[in-house]
Ligand binder design. Sequence first.
Ligand SMILES: [Zn+2]
Length: 337
Amino acid sequence: MRRNYTEEVAHLLKRQFFEWDTVRENYEKLSQASTRTLKLGVSSIIMQFNPGRIHSTTANIEPESIAKRPCFLCDKNQPALQDAVMWEGRYKIQVNPYPIFRQHLTISAVEHTPQTIYGRFADMLLLAQDLKDYVVFYNGPQCGASAPDHMHFQAGRLKELPFCSELPGMTIYVIDSGLGCHFGFVTSLFRPLFYINTPSLEQASMQFDDLIGVLPLKDGHSEPMINILCWYQYNTWHVAVVPRSKHRPSCYDSGERQFLVSPAAAELGGLWALAREEDYNKITVPDVADIYSDVCLSAAEVNLIANKLNNYYHFKTLTHYGTSSSSESGHNERTLN
Ligand SMILES: [Zn+2]
């Protein structure tokens, strides 16, 4: 019988709150943190004033400074009180001591090995399946991962990330569609993204491999710049892949309109942890839209990438099913319910 990881993790959280002062204090602070919700089109964006996040927002991820610091995900550098639930002997699921979510997990590889999604995507799907009511997310090494030298995912409760309930209702431009499987892109949430929705692990992995094969790869990078959010509901995987154009927005270090934000998967999912009170007080809907468009690819760029895949799938659909339909733009528009 498969282990009940959701239950084991619930016990881990309780145990760590009880045993470890840092965790208890930081989660108590979070439960009292000020929040306000902005409405960006149909999308809710929760702003959270969270001074505890200053270190991760301003983390220096230059290889030289990474090499100098002790890795906080390696056993030998972790506090004795930091406990874990082992997943398949390959990842340790731990309580994140500096939370954004009221239940915030870090899921790190047991070995010290660079952050990469290559060879890890199926793990992400299976983790999402095992962690019921959680969204598992991945920040690429140049897209917000605070330890680019140590492979890790994170997870937070689904209900805390507005995006997870918004995305399945959005209009998707279909690239490939089969029995209960949908692969397409969404442009209506101000952060153009690819969306895979399928009950099949093989299908999800195949579509992800095809996608990552056509995403732009920058010089000197080990993989395309992406954030991924993945959750499993009603026997179906939902995967959002958000391609990025840059790590930090221009406003990160620009005078008057400066915001100390370093958007990663949580922010793309609609939960922004702002470490400085002045940013929390002054940020507006247009600022959020500007920051998203600054760090994400544009709808036109995502459309061009989709066209490469669409031609491929158009061919595949004809081969496999003998039929195919496409609109003038080359994509079929539909709303998933
Ligand atoms: Zn490490």
